[in-house]
Design a protein around this ligand. Structure first.
Ligand SMILES: C=C(CC[C@@H](C)[C@H]1CC[C@H]2C3=CC[C@H]4[C@H](C)[C@@H](O)CC[C@]4(C)[C@H]3CC[C@]12C)C(C)C
Ligand SMILES: C[S@@+](CC[C@H](N)C(=O)[O-])C[C@H]1O[C@@H](n2cnc3c(N)ncnc32)[C@H](O)[C@@H]1O
Length: 370
């Protein structure tokens, strides 16, 4: 009898421990996405492994070919990437898929919100405005900006699965009457010329093979006099193409984040002017005195190990799709490359550029974009 009781107690303890490990500790950042509901977005479970191999094979081509910057294949490859990572991002990071400077006395959530609201204030978003979110993810920034500015916000993302997640979050937040989400390509947007009073893009245009193409589209859909702010992923003036360590870190960042090639900070304003924008302000928001953005990534290391164990166990018992283990390992490595990029100062994910479409501008700058 005693041994039955001991067996029962051990079983109960193990089950309780597993529940705590997976369900209580599991959602590292935001409750809402749990480890037991990780999926491959719109990709069916059995195809995740193959899709991951296909994603990775993009980088097996010679860098010169990757940098050929193909407008037709890159959006598909980015879409595959977001099918693979969206659930893991939400589970381990939250609903805002970007970095922010750390702010003393503020939580990650609060520092994230300050960074988002800053974009809204820079473009002077007001309640009568219709604002475009270029590359909206699952809509963390959109909800913060709609609540802060009372503007109507329309987000666009290439990834259908994110559209569903964003809409569900909007409904839950009671913001579905002010926030809309559209599935589409920001290189060819399904919006009328001169139809937005402002636009912002947070860590999304880095996925564009040519920055000209997305900036020209934003220019086209903005009303004359309207402002656009972008937080760009760039290499800084500390980056040296002759330094092997620099090259390895930047390549690691590109491979783990579906980037067709990082741009230099020096190219951003040139492109913006070429499509017809006036440059109002340009500042690397990661530069001192801003608090380091990478500390959150570094501090998370223990949680990532825990996440790795959780995903491996769930995949082994058939709850999580098998391929998620490889995807998670890729993100694990990416976190390290990003941290090294931040610490060495060669990379920034928040080079801010504030632009205005001139008041006397014609509707589009198609010729500038070609
Ligand atoms: C702007 C982009 C994405 C930026 C960040 C939101 C993501 C970049 C790297 C991601 C992560 C790395 C490590 C993961 C960890 C191993 C896992 O256990 C939990 C999720 C991570 C923390 C994940 C979260 C999102 C990132 C920080 C790019 C794509 C242009
Ligand atoms: C890193 S996420 C950032 C999301 C959001 N701005 C945020 O901060 O939470 C990049 C976003 O850009 C979108 N994206 C990338 N390439 C795109 C394209 N060609 N057209 C539309 N959206 C794109 C992705 O689908 C994703 O939603």
């Amino acid at each position: 009898m005693d041994s039955v009781a001991a067996l029962f107690c051990t079983g109960a303890l193990l089950a309780g421990g597993l529940y705590w490990f997976v369900c209580v500790l599991g959602p590292a950042e935001q409750k809402g996405k749990s480890a037991t509901s990780l999926s491959g977005g719109s990709i069916s479970s059995e195809k995740i492994g193959d899709k991951f191999k296909q994603y990775w094979s993009f980088f097996l081509r010679p860098p010169s070919e990757i940098r050929a910057k193909d407008k037709d294949t890159v959006p598909d490859f980015v879409d595959t990437f977001y099918n693979l990572v969206t659930d893991i991002y939400e589970w381990g990071w939250g609903q805002s898929f970007h970095f922010s400077p750390s702010v003393p006395g503020h939580s990650h959530a609060s520092a994230t919100r300050l960074h988002e609201v800053r974009a809204s204030d820079l473009i002077s978003a007001t309640p009568d405005h219709r604002i475009l979110d270029v590359g909206c993810g699952v809509g963390g920034p959109m909800r913060a900006i709609a609540s802060h500015s009372r503007s109507r916000v329309v987000g666009i993302t290439i990834n259908e699965y994110q559209v569903g997640r964003a809409r569900a979050h909007n409904r839950k937040a009671g913001l579905d009457s002010t926030c809309d989400v559209v599935c589409g390509n920001f290189l060819e947007m399904p919006f009328e010329d001169n139809s937005f009073d402002g636009a912002y893009s947070i860590e999304a245009t880095c996925h564009a093979p040519r920055l000209e193409d997305v900036y020209a589209e934003v220019f086209r859909v903005l009303k004359p006099g309207a402002k656009f702010v972008s937080y760009e992923w760039i290499t800084t003036d500390k980056y040296r193409a002759s330094d092997e360590e620099h090259v390895a870190v930047i390549r690691g960042i590109e491979q783990g984040n579906a980037l067709p090639g990082l741009r230099s900070y020096a190219d951003i304003a040139t492109v913006a002017r070429a499509v017809g924008f006036e440059v109002l302000e340009e500042e690397d928001l990661a530069a001192p005195p801003a608090g380091p953005w990478w500390t959150r990534l570094k501090m998370g290391r223990i949680a990532y190990w825990r996440n790795h164990v959780v995903i491996t166990v769930l995949a082994a018992i058939g709850i999580a799709p098998k391929g998620t283990v490889e995807v998670h390992e890729m993100l694990f490595r990416t976190a390290d490359f990003l941290t090294r990029g931040g610490q060495s100062g060669i990379f920034s994910p928040m080079h801010m550029i504030l632009l205005r479409k001139p008041s006397n501008a014609a509707s589009a700058s198609a010729s500038a974009a070609k």
